[in-house]
Write a protein that binds this ligand. Structure first.
Ligand SMILES: Nc1ncnc2c1ncn2[C@@H]1O[C@H](COP(=O)(O)OP(=O)(O)OP(=O)(O)O)[C@@H](O)[C@H]1O
Length: 219
C-alpha cells in the first residue's frame, strides 16, 4: 500500500515585528515513499520550512497536508513516528558513543534488541570499529554516517534531510550522499532532501525547484 504526503494548496508566512514574510501560496505537491525527491532553490525561499511542513513538524498557515501510511490517513504525530531526520549539523548526542546514538531511537520505542540492530546499522555504514567512539572522536563524515544510520535504524517510511552534506568536503559529501540514497532505495523508504548541491540533487529520482513561492519541475 502506498505511503504518501499530500500538500494541498498550502501557503505559509512568518510575521516579524516589521514585516510579513510570505514563503509560498497555493503550493500543491504529492510525495511518495517509493521515490527520492530533491528540493533545490535560492537561499531563503523556504526549502527548510517546506521540509518541516512535509514532515509534519510545522503546520502551514493555509491549506491542507495529508499523510497516508499503509493506505490509511494518519495525523502528523504518527507521521513523525514513521520518519527519520538528517541535519546539516549532524545533531548526535555528545555524551553517547556511536552505537549508543544509534540505539537511542530504538530504545525510546521500547525495542529490546536496540543494540543488536544498532550494531548491524553501524556495520552497514562501515563504522563497526568506531562503536565506542563519541561524536567528538569522529570526523564530520563519520558523524554524518552515524546520523544517516540513526535516521534509518527504526525502519521509517520517509527520511527528511536538510542540507545533509552542507558541512562536508566534496569527496566526503559524495560518499555520504551515495550512502543515504543507497539506504533509501534498499529499504524502500521515501527520501526528501533539501540541498544547494546540484550534484546531490542529481542522485534523486525527481528534482523540484522552489522559487517565488512555487515548486517547479527541473529539466
Ligand atoms: N521561525 C521563523 N520566524 C520568522 N522567520 C522565519 C522563521 N523560520 C524561517 N523564517 C524566514 O523564512 C525564510 C525562509 O527560511 P527557510 O530556512 O525555510 O529558507 P531556505 O530556503 O531553507 O534557506 P537556506 O537555503 O538559506 O537554508 C527566511 O527569510 C527565514 O528568515
Amino acid at each position: 500500500m502506498q505511503d504518501t504526503i499530500e500538500l494541498k494548496s498550502i501557503s505559509h508566512h512568518f510575521d516579524t515585528a516589521s514585516e510579513r514574510i510570505d514563503l509560498f501560496r497555493d503550493l500543491s505537491c504529492t510525495i511518495r515513499a517509493d521515490e527520492t525527491l530533491a528540493i533545490i532553490g535560492p537561499s531563503g525561499t523556504g526549502k527548510s520550512s517546506l521540509l518541516s511542513i512535509a514532515a509534519g513538524l510545522e503546520i502551514p498557515t493555509g491549506g491542507d497536508v495529508s499523510f497516508t501510511i499503509d493506505g490509511v490517513q494518519v495525523d502528523a504525530l504518527t507521521m513523525r513516528a514513521n520518519s527519520g531526520f538528517i541535519f546539516q549539523q549532524f545533531h548526535l548526542m555528545p555524551e553517547l558513543d556511536a552505537i549508543g546514538n544509534l540505539a537511542l531511537p530504538l530504545r525510546l520505542k521500547g525495542n529490546r534488541d536496540a543494540f543488536e540492530i544498532a550494531a548491524l546499522w553501524l556495520e552497514k555504514v562501515g563504522l563497526e570499529d568506531r562503536a565506542r567512539h563519541r561524536p567528538h572522536q569522529l570526523s564530520g563524515g563519520e558523524q554524518q554516517r552515524v546520523a544517516v544510520a540513526r535516521a534509518f535504524v527504526t525502519g521509517p517510511r520517509f527520511i527528511f534531510a536538510d542540507e545533509p552534506t552542507g558541512n562536508l568536503d566534496m569527496h566526503t559529501s559524495e560518499n555520504v550522499a551515495g550512502l543515504m540514497f543507497d539506504c533509501a532505495r534498499e529499504t524502500g523508504c521515501g527520501l526528501v532532501v533539501v540541498t544547494h548541491s546540484r550534484q546531490l540533487a542529481s542522485l534523486a529520482d525527481r528534482c523540484l525547484l522552489l522559487e517565488t513561492g512555487q515548486l517547479k519541475a527541473t529539466s
